[in-house]
Ligand binder design. Structure first.
Ligand code: ADP
Length: 896
């Protein structure tokens, strides 16, 4: 009751939330900064590249222009030499002009003048002596032909003595027969120009001619090698006229270094000026910018970490406080107050938390009070229930005891009354040997009917119990209607006459017929009605009328019993049919009676699907009307004659009572069988050994050797043909039944012996029913069980069945335990209890074994005890299952 509810594992590691916040904020800041820096770097890279490319382009273009100008200037100078037509100047003039030009322009190494036919007129050189009028034919030289074709000719670059680059430049003069001036131009100037171009710190410019040959490079050695670069894809595409990309081209230079490259074309010459800057230098500002950005990123990140640390602490601190608070409340500390002063939603949450704890404190206090109240109420209720249960238990025990008493009483009554009746009935049945007159026969019939009535009255006691339990079954057979009615009338008439009453019986002719029904019960109703009529009629008379209406499938019997008696008050017309009800106490005192007769009569009528009603006027008399449907008889019943037996049997009749012997013998003779008498058990065994019998009719109660003993001795004789042994007894006690079952006697004929019952028992096919009975009889005494069923009814039987199942299960378990523990005393006690319980519903085998174990237990070894307990358990299981098979569904109802 004081258990605290499970708090659950509080495994949240401290600071987890804190770390979550921290990581999130840092990750966010990092992502923002990284993206920003990335964009920044990317764009500045692009811009830087464009800028560099533009600068390089400018440098290349400017170099190209300078080269163009240099060449253009030289071209103009030599063109100046050819300005005069040849006829206007002498060779000497020309020579002087040429010498002047050489002085003026250091780049020109040699000048030759050819006439229009290609003959050399003059050659002035810095290296060799001047030649004038040599007339050497140079008309086939490329310079002459090129100048003639397009006024100006630029020859390919060549290297003189592998030290300096030269180029042949030729122009054509004016006039009719123009001269051609050919100049050898030293291109060293271009080298200087190229070397003077500053491209960053480590960049360079170089020039290739229109064939792709390197003609100028800051590295003189390279230039002198006259490397052919036309194979390089970028040079090739530039020579093919593809313009340089606007952002410059990233490529590998001659040394394999990665460079940003661009170029410009020298007009007129078709040379290319390349300007290249190593990427490492070109991108240095970008790398510097990345470095700066990274530094900034790190600084900002540290800032973000610090800020998020601060924020997370501010947030998770109160949350941890709340968690601890919840934990303490969970462990029952309801007096807790959280102090969160953040001035935001967390503070509001903390306040809410405090209010909740206060509310819980209050509810808990109320709850505890309620629990205390409820507990005390429950305790009271429990005590009350226990008291009621005890009372119910006591009542149940009383009821069970009462029921047992009733059963015992009924058994005793039936036994004690039946035994003397046996003799009377037997003798009466013998009197009709066919030689009697009508009157004698009538008297005999009356006497027999009275005897039957007496038996029936004994049975009524049982019947009432059975009716009460609704287990009454009709015992139907063919009978003659008018015989039955006349017998009842004859029985009662003397009483009426004695009382000075008239007694009229008027049977319709239709009544003279055979019908199929239960004559004993019908007789009982009639006797009751006539008896009442006589009893309650002080003067006047009684009239009994009977009529039978024939239908296709049944006969409707109508009987009225009319009297001129005291009558019955209208409000009692229905009530008199209730149990133990009498119309008037004074009447009851005067006439006696139990108030049961009509109740039984109506129940029996209804059992036969009929109805019993009354019409009565107080003071004028009553009329009871019985209406019962009966079945059609199978065949006409011959009066007084019995059907012959299927074959004559040799019957050994064993009884110590001479009357019974006489009666029995006579009945057997009447049935057409041959009887031999034995007056005690010993002579019965001797006779059975010496003679052959089909049937032994064995009385059970004999002084020396009782019937069961005699039967089992006969069984042990080992006869070639074993007679069927039928027990004759008025003893319906349980022990008798058990003993019979044990001796293997499955068939019982009850005393007093009735001819039909005996005939049925004797002529019964020996095998099938006997085997069936024996099979069941091996475990259960069916007769006893049937009696119990009749006496107790299905509800009681179901209860007993349930009780037996429970009790025997428990006892078997206890027996197993006791056997395992070697507690023999307890074992014997339990076996006794099991035996008693098993006897209640005729579980004979289990009963015997239990008793055996009870007796032998003290002397058994431990292993014997255990095997006996196991056998008993198996037997109990088999017996209970056999019992279930024998009981009807209503008798197996589970008891809730
Ligand atoms: P009892 O044993 O008292 O006769 P019954 O059940 O047979 O019990 O009858 C119940 C009551 O009905 C009787 O006590 C009596 O008061 C009334 N009764 C029955 N039959 C008659 C009758 N023929 N005339 C008047 N009263 C009758």
């Amino acid at each position: 009751m004081n258990e605290t509810p499970d708090q659950g594992p509080l495994r949240t590691p401290p600071g987890r939330l804190f770390r979550k916040y921290l990581y999130s904020i840092v990750a966010l800041a990092f992502a923002a900064l990284a993206i920003n820096t990335g964009f920044d770097v990317w764009f500045s890279y692009r811009e830087q590249k464009q800028l560099l490319a533009a600068t390089q382009r400018e440098q290349a273009a400017s170099a190209a222009i300078q080269i163009g100008q240099f060449v253009g200037q030289i071209e103009n100078q030599i063109r100046w030499l050819a300005r005069l037509p040849p006829e206007l100047s002498t060779n000497e003039d020309e020579r002087l002009n040429a010498i002047r030009l050489l002085r003026l322009s250091p780049a020109i190494a040699e000048i030759a003048e050819l006439d229009s036919r290609g003959l050399e007129q003059l050659r002035v050189s810095r290296r060799v002596a001047d030649k004038v009028g040599s007339k050497t034919d140079l008309s086939a030289s490329p310079a002459f032909r090129g100048a003639n074709e397009s006024r100006a000719y630029y020859g390919p670059v060549y290297f003189f003595a592998d030290t300096e680059p030269f180029m042949t430049l030729a122009t054509r003069g004016v006039g009719r027969n123009p001269n051609v001036i050919v100049a050898e131009v030293n291109l060293r100037f271009i080298w200087d120009l190229v070397a003077g171009i500053r491209v960053g710190n480590t960049g360079k410019a170089y020039v290739v001619d229109r064939m792709g040959v390197l003609i100028a490079h800051p590295d003189l050695w390279r230039a002198l090698q006259r490397s052919d670069l036309s194979g390089h894809p970028d040079v090739r595409s530039a020579l093919d006229g593809v313009g340089p990309p606007s952002g410059g081209l990233v490529k590998e230079d001659l040394t394999g270094q990665r460079v940003l490259s661009t170029y410009a074309t020298v007009p007129s010459l078709g040379w290319l000026v390349f300007v290249e800057l190593p990427l490492s230098e070109a991108y240095a500002p970008i790398y510097a910018s990345i470095g700066r950005s990274t530094f900034l990123l790190v600084v900002l990140l540290i800032g973000a970490v610090l800020v998020s640390l601060f924020l997370s602490r501010r947030m998770t601190g109160p949350i941890q406080l709340l968690t601890q608070g919840a934990r303490r409340i969970g462990s029952g500390d309801l007096g807790l107050r959280l102090a969160i002063k953040t001035g935001d939603e967390l503070e509001a949450l903390g306040d809410q938390f405090n209010r909740m704890a206060a509310q819980l404190r209050y509810s808990y206090a109320t709850l505890e009070r309620k629990v205390v109240e409820r507990t005390s109420e429950l305790e009271k209720a429990r005590d009350h229930a226990l008291a009621e249960h005890d009372a119910a238990e006591r009542a149940r025990s009383v009821a069970v005891a009462a029921n047992e008493t009733k059963s015992r009483f009924l058994a005793v009554v039936s036994h004690e009354l039946r035994t003397p009746l046996n003799g009377v009935m037997g003798v009466l049945q013998l009197l009709d040997d066919g030689s009697l007159g009508d009157a004698q026969r009538r008297h005999l019939a009356t006497a027999a009917a009275s005897g039957e009535t007496l038996i029936a009255l004994v049975d009524a006691v049982l019947e009432y119990a059975r009716l009460e339990a609704s287990t009454e079954m009709l015992e139907t057979r063919d009978f003659r209607l008018h015989q039955l009615i006349e017998a009842a009338a004859d029985l009662m008439r003397p009483q009426a006459v004695d009382k000075g009453l008239t007694f009229d019986l008027a049977c319709d002719a239709t009544v003279n017929t055979a019908a199929h029904g239960d004559p004993v019960r019908l007789n009982r109703i009639l006797l009751n009605l006539i008896g009442n009529a006589i009893k309650f009629t002080p003067s006047g008379g009684i009239a009994v009328n009977a009529a039978a209406e024939q239908h296709d499938d049944h006969i409707l019997l109508r009987i009225t019993v009319r009297d001129t008696g005291i009558g019955i008050a209208p409000d009692m017309h229905e009530r008199i049919f209730e149990d133990f009800v009498q119309a008037d106490d004074s009447v009851a005192r005067r006439f006696g009676g139990t108030g049961l007769g009509l109740a039984i009569a109506r129940r029996l009528s209804r059992l036969m699907r009929g109805e019993l009603t009354v019409e009565s006027t107080p003071g004028a008399g009553s009329t009871f009307a019985l209406e019962v449907p009966l079945g059609l008889a199978a065949s006409g019943i011959a009066q007084g004659a019995l059907p012959p037996p299927s074959r004559q049997l040799r019957v050994l009749l064993v009884d110590d009572d001479p009357v019974n012997c006489e009666v029995g013998e006579a009945i057997l003779n009447r049935l057409g069988h041959r009887a031999t008498i034995a007056r005690n058990g010993a002579s019965a065994v001797a006779l059975a050994r010496d003679q052959s019998f089909d049937v032994v009719l064995m009385d059970l109660h004999m002084p020396d050797m009782d019937g069961v003993e005699a039967a089992s001795r006969i069984g042990k004789l080992g006869l070639p043909r074993m007679p069927r042994i039928i027990a004759v007894t008025a003893d319906v006690s349980r022990s008798a039944r058990e003993r019979l079952a044990a001796a293997g006697i499955a068939k019982v004929v009850s005393k007093p012996i009735l001819i039909n019952a005996l005939r049925e028992a004797i002529e019964d096919t020996p095998d099938a029913p006997a085997t069936a009975q024996l099979a069941a009889g091996a475990l259960i005494d069916r007769h006893f069980l049937d009696d119990q069923k009749e006496l107790l009814g299905p509800t009681q039987i179901a209860k007993l069945h349930h009780l037996l199942q429970e009790t025997s299960d428990k006892l078997i378990a206890d027996i197993a335990k006791a056997a395992a523990n070697g507690d023999r005393k307890h074992l014997a006690r339990l076996a006794h209890q099991l035996g008693s319980a098993a006897g209640a519903l005729g579980l004979v085998r289990l009963f015997e074994r239990s008793r055996e174990l009870e007796e032998t237990a003290p002397a058994l070894s431990a292993s014997e005890c255990q095997s006996a307990a196991q056998d008993l358990a198996a037997l109990q299981k088999a017996s209970m299952s056999a019992l279930s098979d024998l009981l009807g569904p209503a008798e197996q109802l589970p008891i809730s």
